[in-house]
Design a protein around this ligand. Structure first.
Ligand code: G3P
Length: 212
């Protein structure tokens, strides 16, 4: 499973660049940085050699396509994030036909994921955390989408998004999702286990007794 980091923060990306395979951003994450959008995306593309998702703001097909054509030339790794709407899917079809990769975002149903794949999206981003936040079953959606996709030769990769904790990361891998995009804090937590810490302490303590 590929690991992307879900942030627009250069410091977080710099710190984890050794590990991650790509980066996803969204308007809220970009807004936190208080810097011009294009500068942020251009910088991220120098930090990680992998797909970097940059989201359009427009809601109409022609607006999205125009924005995408402004963003895509920033770097060959730029992937255009398009919201899961009918207008967005028309934009995905147009952009795909022109060789511009898309990541369909704000996906909350298997039908939406199917339509995104039908339109040629490179990635589909189901938001598992926001579904869970509403008392739903976010990872159940991932399993549904995986089951649908496996019957067809869709090029679309399942990019599990809105990850809240390390269990989401594990569940994404157990289901066989292609990618998980993980916030910095969750990524850091995923390395840790209290028994590992205890084990290291015990080894170090026992080692004190080894004759030099
Ligand atoms: O960036 C897309 C997605 O991962 C954001 O999820 O719910 O943490 O805003 P959320």
């Amino acid at each position: 499973m590929k690991l992307f980091i879900d942030t627009a923060n250069g410091s977080e990306i710099r710190e984890m660049a050794w590990l991650v395979d790509g980066v996803t951003t969204n308007p809220s994450l970009v807004a936190k940085e208080k810097r011009p959008f294009r500068d942020i995306i251009a910088e991220i593309c120098t930090l990680v050699d992998g797909p970097v998702s940059a989201e359009v703001i427009g809601l109409e097909t022609d607006e999205m396509v125009a924005e995408a054509k402004e963003l895509a030339p920033i770097h060959e790794n730029v992937v255009i994030k398009i919201p899961m709407t009918e207008a967005g899917m028309k934009a995905v079809k147009i952009l795909t036909s022109e060789g511009i990769r898309t990541n369909v975002t704000l996906v909350f149903s298997a039908n939406q994921a199917m339509l995104a794949a039908k339109c040629g999206a490179a990635y589909v981003s189901p938001f598992v955390g926001r579904i869970d936040d509403m008392g739903g079953d976010g990872m159940g959606l991932i399993a549904e989408i995986q089951e649908c996709y496996q019957h067809y030769a869709f090029p679309t990769e399942i990019l599990v998004a809105s990850i809240r904790h390390p269990r989401h990361l594990l569940d994404a891998a157990l289901i066989g999702a292609d990618v998980a995009t993980v916030p910095y804090g969750v990524l850091k937590k995923a390395f840790n286990h209290p028994l590992t810490d205890l084990g290291i302490s015990r080894f170090l303590k026992d080692w004190e007794g080894v004759p030099r």
